[in-house]
Design a protein around this ligand. Structure first.
Ligand code: TMP
Length: 214
């Protein structure tokens, strides 16, 4: 269900990367500075984006649990988010800017925690099914950053949650997981070099959208 060169209204854009890669401030900047007036913008995030999914997010980020439980809660949150937020927004012609989507499950639960990718694939097919195919973003901006640099940014910025407490080896695997997803869907993914100064990172983001005629 990747529309490729589709018009901007009704587009679904996801933002991915390891913790500390700096994607959130660019979502904000895009919404404020770049997207045209008159287009409805829905900024949302995963896990989260609806009251139920935000409750599940609290559990996933702060309660100890095994990886299957974690994966099921994240996909349950995604289901609610899709049904109550993302699909209605796309139907209205809104541009959906989503801070993480299912690529994060393959990167964090799959590559990071070593959870069975085939099970994740099944959950993805169940949860993201629509009458016309599998719901995936039209564009995924992957903010790629060396894990040691990302860890320093996180340490300076906030108290780490269950994921941010993981060691550098975990984030190296997560990064490899994103690389594998990017290799499998090159028409959907754009790699952003997140090590560059903030304004250069933003220019790469805008260039990726312009390249699609947006
Ligand atoms: P955030 O802090 O960027 O909002 O993300 C919350 C954390 O949840 C982040 O460390 C990555 C993790 N996560 C997963 O492990 N799997 C997922 O499918 C998603 C969406 C997020």
């Amino acid at each position: 269900m990747n529309a490729g060169k589709r018009a901007l209204p009704g587009c679904f854009i996801s933002f991915e990367g390891i913790d500390g890669a700096g994607k959130s401030s660019h979502i904000e900047a895009l919404a404020q500075r770049w997207l045209p007036r008159g287009v409805e913008i829905v900024r949302t995030r995963e896990p989260g984006g609806t009251p139920l999914a935000e409750s599940l997010r609290e559990l996933v980020l702060h309660r100890p649990m095994d990886t299957l439980t974690e994966a099921l809660l994240i996909f349950a949150a995604r289901r609610d988010h899709l049904q109550r937020c993302i699909e209605p927004a796309l139907s209205r012609g809104a541009v959906v800017l989503c801070d993480r989507f299912s690529d994060a499950s393959f990167a964090y639960q799959g590559a990071g925690r070593g959870f069975d990718a085939a099970v994740l694939g099944t959950l993805e097919r169940w949860v993201q099914a629509t009458p016309t195919g599998l719901r995936q973003p039209d564009l995924t901006l992957w903010f790629d950053l060396d894990p040691s640099l990302a860890a320093r940014r996180v340490a300076a910025a906030r108290t780490p949650d269950r994921f941010e407490q993981q060691d550098e080896a975990f984030f190296r695997r997560v990064r490899d997981g994103y690389q594998a997803r990017a290799d499998a869907a090159p028409e959907r993914f754009v790699r952003i070099d997140a090590a560059l100064p903030r304004e250069s990172v933003y220019e790469q983001v805008v260039a990726a959208l312009r390249e699609r005629g947006w």
